[in-house]
Design a protein around this ligand. Structure first.
Ligand code: AMP
Length: 329
């Protein structure tokens, strides 16, 4: 009788330990609820789910004089994200990556619901890339006061209403709010962002200037699939055929870059659009234009500032973004 009770108590204890530790290690820490952090997949990546635990850990590292680098992401990681992790490892002593699919930046609820989740492979990629810390917060950790952001918009000088902002109202307010919140939590010295989301980098710079956040931004180059298509988590939603053909977007952008300054811009833009629509049947081009790389005003040619060619193309219900810097040599 007594032995039986001891055996049952032991089994229950073992089950709790397995939930708290075993599954945590195997599954990307879904059950890691009793620990401030845990190690993932026998690697050195430490997983944090709570702000307070992350804060404490990073504060300790900072006190040791270690430079903190931060790569915010929404997961479904690919080589583009990993290139930022590598830059971060090059420049910082502690590499922190966050995975948080931010609901407030999706103006289309089905886009949010369909956003790919590949946590297990994300963890492997981060481990192989030598990431130190993964922050995987819940929605309530990030938004303890709820998701309504309309009371405290961040002034973005209308930059949030152009291009991506025109097609996705509220998107950049959501981006600016979540990055502000993450920067408040992580307090990094360096923030790593991809050129792939060109307008997003400008928005985040504006937000950082507005709040005078002491962080330096390092921009990583666009990483592409072998056919030239800019890597994106959303590419997973394309059919194999469309994904292959979508390489034409980069071909079209490269065509404009090659002839920029030699052939009239209108002609180049028209040809680039033709190239895309010829190859990608059923695609629609939301915009494909040349803009000032600071103001994003279309062909703001009154100055010698750098110009960028930006494109947003809908393919099979997926919005594909790309851009290329143009130089007038
Ligand atoms: P996301 O997970 O899409 O929010 O992206 C997280 C970060 O990775 C952002 O700074 C993106 O600009 C960057 N990123 C996304 N795709 C690429 C890519 N193909 N090459 C380089 N950086 C990228």
């Amino acid at each position: 009788m007594k032995n039986n009770l001891v055996a049952r108590l032991f089994l229950r204890f073992a089950k709790i330990m397995n939930l708290a530790f075993g599954n945590a290690l195997r599954t990307g820490c879904r059950y890691c609820i009793f620990l401030p952090y845990c190690k993932l997949n026998k690697s050195q990546v430490l997983l944090f789910k709570r702000n307070s635990d992350l804060n404490e850990y990073i504060a300790k590292k900072r006190a040791e004089g270690i430079k903190i680098g931060f790569v915010p992401t929404m997961g479904a990681l690919h080589a583009g994200h990993i290139s930022l992790i590598k830059l971060c490892r090059r420049d910082a002593g502690l590499t922190v990556c966050s995975i948080f699919v931010n609901p407030t930046q999706f103006n289309d609820p089905s886009d949010y619901e369909k956003y790919p989740n590949t946590l297990r492979s994300d963890v492997d990629l981060l481990a192989n890339a030598g990431c130190d810390v993964l922050f995987l917060p819940t929605i309530t950790e990030i938004y303890p006061d709820g998701l309504d952001l309309t009371n405290s918009p961040i002034p973005l000088n209308g930059l949030d209403k152009q291009l991506e902002g025109a097609s996705r109202p509220g998107h950049f307010q959501g981006v600016a709010q979540v990055v502000k919140r993450l920067l408040d939590l992580v307090k990094p010295d360096l923030l790593f962002l991809g050129q792939k989301d060109f307008q997003q980098v400008l928005i985040i710079k504006k937000m950082i200037r507005h709040f005078q956040i002491p962080v330096d931004i390092i921009q990583g180059a666009i990483i592409r699939e072998p056919n030239g298509l800019a890597m994106s988590s959303r590419n997973l939603r394309l059919s194999r055929d469309a994904r292959e053909k979508a390489g034409v977007i980069y071909e079209a952008l490269s065509h404009v870059k090659e002839h920029y300054g030699k052939i009239e811009c209108d002609v180049l833009i028209a040809r680039a659009k033709e190239m895309i629509l010829e190859k990608l049947e059923g695609a629609t081009i939301d915009y494909l234009l040349i803009a000032d790389s600071e103001t994003l005003m279309e062909r703001d040619s009154n100055n010698n500032r750098e110009k960028v060619l930006l494109a947003a193309v809908w393919v099979e219900g997926v919005r594909l973004l790309d851009n290329i810097i143009l130089t007038n040599e």
